[in-house]
Design a binder for this molecule. Structure first.
Ligand code: ATP
Ligand code: MG
Length: 174
């Protein structure tokens, strides 16, 4: 399976829907984790036992093209890490009405390349797509090309700390 991953709010589910409308079979990471009994749901927390999932997961049981979710790289060989410039990601999250703590955690994760680094430790092939100024259709086109082997976007081109310069201090002080 090919994972569509990235920091929460970056647009994974939106892309998944576009790819589904194009006829691809897309699985949702949380549903797979639930299928294997690896999800522990509290009042407003969801904990996933990733070690157990890695042990139990059987790719032959899930005949999907893509899996989407911010931990989907844990069960895939190939992935596209969707990235979004922190100021634009912040706007997307605020528009969704997320609470301050969640916004700050996710911005920090995006700034320090958290998902990318994890994906590089787990997957054989990692691609990195800057979605900041792309429409969902354009992001979906890119992911589709990567999936088909027509495009390669090796990681390493994105550095939000350098790109945002002194602006970054705003996030680090928050
Ligand atoms: N390319 C895009 N351009 C502008 N807005 C976008 C884009 N993709 C998604 N959005 C908007 O950003 C918000 C988050 O998108 P989405 O739910 O797809 O993110 P997600 O990565 O699945 O997040 P989560 O990890 O929380 O499930 C939504 O309001 C969506 O409409
Ligand atoms: Mg989502």
């Amino acid at each position: 399976m090919f994972a569509i991953t990235g920091t929460p709010g970056v647009g994974k589910t939106t892309v998944a829907k576009v790819l589904e409308s194009r006829g691809y079979r897309v699985a949702h990471f949380n549903e797979i984790a639930r299928h294997y009994g690896c999800v522990d749901e509290g009042n407003d927390t969801v904990e996933i036992d990733l070690d157990l999932l890695a042990e139990l997961f059987n790719p032959d049981e899930f005949n999907f093209d893509f899996v989407e979710g911010h931990m989907s790289h844990y069960i895939a060989d190939r992935c596209a890490v969707l990235r979004c410039r922190p100021d634009v990601l912040e706007r997307r999250m605020r528009e969704r009405g997320w609470d301050e703590k969640k916004i700050l955690e996710n911005l920090e994760a995006e700034i320090i390349d958290y998902v990318l680094v994890e994906a590089m430790e787990i997957c054989d092939e990692v691609n990195e797509t800057d979605t900041t100024f792309m429409s969902p259709e354009e992001v979906s086109d890119t992911v589709e090309h990567i999936f088909k082997g027509e495009l390669n976007q090796p990681p390493g081109k994105i550095d939000w700390i350098r790109e945002l310069g002194e602006e970054i201090e705003r996030y680090l002080k928050l």
